[in-house]
Design a binder for this molecule. Structure first.
Ligand code: 1PW
Ligand code: ADP
Ligand code: CA
Length: 530
C-alpha cells in the first residue's frame, strides 16, 4: 500500500517575546525545526538578528500553555499588553559527554489567538511523533547501587514523564525477581514500554521476565537451544541506579538518570543482542553484557558478602581477586561469526545508527533465511582451545562503564548478532595488572601475547575436571557434587573453589560451570529505549 503523503503544514513565523526581548520565532514543519532569533533594533529602518537557537521538532519534550503569574504580568505592562498569553516549550539541551538536560523557554504573545495558533501547531508537530511512549510500566529496585532508585525516579524522572504527558504505573520491587514474576501476569498490551530503575542485574531481571513471557505466550520451549525465539516488540528503558550500569552506559554513553529519561520520552530505540546460555538441554540464562569466568566470576562471588559497601564492593573484591591470582584450566570451543563486517580490534566503536550493526544484521538475516532458521552446530568448523586461563569473557556489547569508559571490548557491537570472546591466558600478576590497567586508558588491552579476542556466534566451555570426570552423565548437578567429592579425596591438598571458578552472567552467578553460549537463534533483537 502506498503511504499517504499529506502536504506539510505552512511555515509559521511570528515576533514573540522571551524575557521582555523580541524574538523572531519560526516553526518550519518541512525541515522539522523550531528556531528563535533575537531581534535588536539597529536603526529606525531595520533590525539585526543575533543569538539564534534551533531545536529539531523530534527533540521537543513538551509544549504547554504557560501559567501567567501576577509579577510577570505587571512587568510586561510597559509593552502595552493588557492580558498577556504565553506558552512554554521544553526541549533537549545537549551537554558534554552525551549528557542531556531539559531546557525550557516561554514565549509571550500579545494576542490570545496567536498563542492558540502556536500551541496548536506545536502540538500537531508533537502528535506526529507516534513512536513516543504514552503509557509505561516502571519497576524500581530500591536496593540497587547506592539504594537511591526510588529517590532518583521520584525526583528526576517522574516530573519529566508527567511534563511529557506519559502515564506511568510504578512497581517498587519487594524482593529479587519480583519484576520478573510480575511480567508473567501483567497485561502487556496496555503499555508502550517497560522501564527498569536499577543496575544491570535489574535490567537482566526485566529482560528475563519479558522474553520468558513472550515465549510462554507463543508456546516456545526455551530449553531447546535450537528453538527460534519469538520476537518481543515491547521496549525496555533503563534508568541507571545500579552499581555498574554498563548496559545503560554502553547504549547511551553515560549513566545519568535525566539523560535516560529524556531518551525514553523521545522514544529513542536501540536494538540489542541477547545471548542464551544452556547446559545440555537446560536453559540457564540470557546475557546482554558480560558472561565472565575466572577473574570476573571471582570478583562477583567475592562481592556478594559485601553488598553493604554498595558499588565499592566490586573495587574491594576486584583488588582481593587480583591478589589471589587464580587461573583455571579448561577447554573453550567456538564458531566465528562469519556474517559480521567488523572485527574486535578494528577500533570502530558502536554508536547509535551504527553502519556495522545494520550491515552485519542484514547479512545475518539473509544467512538465517537461507538456512531456514536452523543453525546446526555441526555445519561450520569449531575452533578448540585448551589451556589455563585467568579470565574468559564473552561480551555482547562493549561493557563500557564509569570504571572502564571504553569497556572490556571497545569495538563490540550492540546489535550485530555476535559476541566478542576474550581469553586471557595464565600470566604473571604484573602482566595481568598491565592488561587490567589498559581498560582505563586508550591503549589496546588485547595487545599482549597472553590475550586473544574472537568475534563469535557461539561458544562452549568445559572445565578440566568435567572433561576428566563427566563423561556420559547428563545430570549435571549430581555429577558435579560426586566429582568434586572424588577430586578432593583423590587430592587432599586441593581446594575445591580453586579448581573451578564460576560464571558471572550480567552480575549474577550461574550454578553450572560447563556451559554453552549461543549468540544466534536466541539473538532476538530486543528493542531498548536508550
Ligand atoms: C587496576 C585497575 C583495574 C581496573 C579494571 C577495570 C575493568 C572494569 C571492567 C568492568 C566491566 C564490567 C562489566 C559489567 C558487568 C555487569 O553486568 C556486572 C553487574 O552489574 P550490576 O551490579 O548489576 O550493576 N558488574 C560486574 C562488576 O560484574
Ligand atoms: N526489592 C528487592 N530486594 C532485593 N533484591 C532485589 C529487589 N529488587 C531487585 N532485586 C535484585 O537485586 C539485584 C541487583 O540489582 P541491581 O539493580 O542490578 O543493583 P546493583 O547494580 O547494585 O547490583 C538484581 O539481581 C535484582 O534481581
Ligand atoms: Ca554484539
Amino acid at each position: 500500500m502506498q503511504p499517504e503523503y499529506l502536504p506539510f503544514p505552512a511555515l509559521l513565523c511570528s515576533v514573540l517575546s522571551i524575557s521582555r526581548q523580541h524574538y523572531e520565532v519560526t516553526l518550519d514543519p518541512g525541515r522539522a525545526l523550531l528556531s528563535w532569533r533575537k531581534l535588536r533594533p539597529r536603526s529606525v529602518k531595520g533590525r539585526t538578528r543575533a543569538g539564534s537557537v534551533t531545536v529539531p521538532l523530534t527533540e521537543i519534550v513538551s509544549v504547554e500553555e504557560a501559567e501567567i503569574d501576577g509579577k510577570y504580568c505587571n512587568s510586561m505592562k510597559w509593552q502595552h499588553m493588557c492580558k498577556p498569553h504565553a506558552f512554554t516549550v521544553r526541549y533537549i539541551k545537549r551537554m558534554k559527554k552525551h549528557r542531556w538536560r531539559c531546557g525550557e523557554v516561554t514565549f509571550w504573545c500579545s494576542e490570545e489567538q496567536m498563542c492558540c495558533h502556536w500551541l496548536q501547531a506545536l502540538n500537531d508537530a508533537l502528535n506526529q511523533q507516534t513512536h513516543r511512549p504514552k503509557h509505561l510500566l516502571v519497576y524500581i529496585n530500591p536496593y540497587g547501587g547506592c539504594k537511591k532508585g526510588k529517590q532518583i525516579y521520584e525526583k528526576k524522572v517522574a516530573p519529566l514523564f508527567s511534563a511529557a504527558g506519559i502515564a506511568a504505573d510504578v512497581v517498587v520491587t519487594e524482593y529479587a525477581n519480583h519484576a520478573r514474576d510480575n511480567l508473567y501476569d501483567v497485561n502487556l498490551e496496555k503499555y508502550d514500554g517497560i522501564v527498569c530503575v536499577g543496575g544491570d542485574g535489574m535490567f537482566s531481571e526485566v529482560l528475563h521476565g519479558l522474553i520468558g513471557r513472550v515465549q510462554k505466550d507463543s508456546h516456545i520451549d526455551h530449553n531447546n537451544p535450537s528453538a527460534c525465539l519469538s520476537r518481543c516488540s515491547i521496549r525496555i528503558g533503563i534508568v541507571p541506579a545500579g552499581s555498574t550500569d554498563c548496559v545503560c552506559y554502553a547504549t547511551v554513553g553515560i549513566n545519568d538518570p535525566v539523560t535516560s529519561a529524556l531518551h525514553i520520552i523521545l522514544g529513542d530505540c536501540q536494538p540489542l543482542d541477547v545471548c542464551s546460555i544452556h547446559h545440555k538441554k537446560n536453559f540457564l540464562k540470557y546475557s546482554v553484557s558480560l558472561l565472565g569466568y575466572g577473574f570476573y566470576g571471582d570478583v562477583l562471588k567475592g562481592s556478594e558478602n559485601n553488598r553493604w559497601l554498595g558499588p565499592a564492593r566490586y573495587d574491594f573484591s576486584g583488588f582481593k581477586t587480583f591478589l589471589t591470582h587464580h587461573w583455571y584450566e579448561g577447554t573453550v570451543s567456538f564458531q566465528p561469526a562469519k556474517w559480521v563486517i567488523g572485527s574486535p580490534r578494528d577500533n570502530k566503536p558502536c554508536t547509535s545508527g551504527c553502519h556495522v550493526c545494520r550491515q552485519s544484521s542484514k547479512q545475518l538475516q539473509e544467512l538465517q533465511k537461507e538456512q531456514n532458521c536452523r543453525f546446526e552446530h555441526s555445519e561450520e568448523e569449531w575452533t578448540t582451545i585448551k589451556g589455563k586461563f585467568m579470565a574468559i569473557n564473552a561480551v555482547s556489547l562493549s561493557c563500557a562503564c564509569p570504571r572502564s569508559p571504553k569497556g572490556l571490548s571497545p569495538a563490540a557491537h550492540l546489535a550485530d548478532g555476535s559476541a566478542d570472546l576474550i581469553l586471557v591466558r595464565k600470566c604473571s600478576r604484573l602482566n595481568f595488572l598491565r592488561h587490567l590497567i589498559r581498560h582505563t586508558s586508550k591503549k589496546d588491552q588485547f595487545e599482549f601475547p597472553f590475550v586473544e579476542v574472537y568475534r563469535v556466534k557461539n561458544f562452549q566451555f568445559t572445565p578440566k575436571h568435567f572433561e576428566e570426570y563427566d563423561t556420559e552423565s547428563t545430570d549435571i548437578g549430581n555429577v558435579s557434587k560426586k566429582n568434586f567429592a572424588q577430586i578432593c579425596t583423590d587430592h587432599p591438598s586441593c581446594v575445591c573453589s580453586h579448581v573451578n571458578s564460576s560464571w558471572n552472567c550480567d552480575g549474577e552467578t550461574l550454578d553450572q560451570t560447563a556451559i554453552e553460549m549461543s549468540d544466534k537463534k536466541v539473538k532476538r533483537r530486543l528493542l531498548l529505549m536508550t
